[in-house]
Design a binder for this molecule. Sequence first.
Ligand code: NOJ
Length: 519
Amino acid sequence: MRWWQEAVVYGVYVRSFADSDGDGVGDLDGIRSRLGYLELLGVDALWLSSFYRSPMVDHGYDVADPRDVDPLFGDLEAFDALLAEAHRHGIRVVVDLIGNHTSTEHEWFRAALASAPGSPERARYHFRPGRGPGAAEPPTNWRSVFGGPAWTHVPGPEGEPGEWYLHLFSSEQPDLNWTNPEVWADLEKTLRFWADRGVDGFRVDVAHGMAKPETLPDDLRQPGWTPLGDRDNDPRFDDPGVHDVHRLIRNVIDHYPGRMAVGEVLVNDDEAFARYLRRDELHQAFDFRLRNAPFRADDVRAAIDRTLRTFASVGAEPTWTLGNHDAPRAVTRYGGGAVGTARARAMAMVTLALPGSVYLYEGEELGLPDVALPDEVLQDPRWERSGHTDRGRDGARVPMPWDDAPPGHGFSTGDPWLPMPPEYGRLAAASQLEDVSSMLSLYRRALDLRANHPGFTGGSVEWYGAPPGCFAFRRSASTLTCALNASTVPVPLPPGDVLLTSTPLRSGELPPNAAAWLI
Ligand code: NOJ
């Protein structure tokens, strides 16, 4: 068993985890100061969101230098110190690898703008002439994932039409041209740079992107194109050429024993998804099916079955996640308030009972809800690019509350980069630590059992009959059973001794919106 196959990996949104210098933005030293908490929580690894040099249009996912730390977050020395200390705590560290695009501030893109059409400098990106009268229309009808067109015009010298460059995200994130050998060589250099420093793995950003179809055909699904997350027949993503990029990544990583790559693969079709997990490609891919399932027993069960089937088809171990910095938080998604919290507790137990590895998102263990932020503080480029119709992801990125002292709640001694609401005091780590009924205590107990109880074994699950609106499954190699009650009435438990419940039992029965582990 390799370390990642059953690991619990904690997603740190670096900007929002812990601020060591009072500027209101989280940083690497801040994370280092909270390693004791992460060890107590019981996670095996951290996935750090992008902390590379960046003008921060997309908060670090617009990278100006992938082999340096942005001064906002620290420096290479701070990274080395964090890595060494995490390892001393027995915690591994996974870092981001962003190969689909750079920042417009990257030296390559600056050189491209300073060079003529057809130059080698422009050939590292996708520059194209426009269409239509005066070449005034973008080269294709592609849309940016963040809203608006996926092309931005660069004027030519006096009297010339200029060119357009492709960006699947914001206009400050130009897409790299993966037919250019320099792009390959540079990604390899970045991989080696961080692997040589000792990182344990890479999270591959937009792993379904990178390669583009040679002819850049129009998106024929328009009008009425399908938004992110359901993109079969989307010419922007899942081009067959991308698998060679993953082979390159794998090839490099294979020179570093014990390291891994996990991809952000947003591909809906099961067979297409599984192709990323072939033996010579990614070790793991995020699976968002469970996260996307509504809180209904049939839907959750169908999502679990689909994930297990898809991963098994290529002999890979499944991954599970209820959230990350790009999606609404679980408590909010499941309805918010007491019901949303109860459901998030139950789903945490469902997730942690499954075979494979689990990717948590910071604050999930505190039961943080999304924050309804006022317009004027929103920073996600989605907000502007969508013409103020998509509020973006900031609501799930509000900093972590460590204690009950506003405005910084132990996250920062300054003003946090997004305002933290008063209710965050009640949800702060310090407020929950000693409370046995808190979400944090539930996570700690569940992670401890998952790591140390012999029942958590067996690579598949067997389903039991269950009352309507409920399910129960057993891990294939043990008697560990997980029961979920997503109905509106209490139900009897399946046979076995109760190990843990997400909500106290009611007259021996499992209440609605609750889960139980039995052995
Ligand atoms: C996925 C990252 O998680 C997200 O935050 C970012 O905006 C996009 N990829 C583009 O890099």
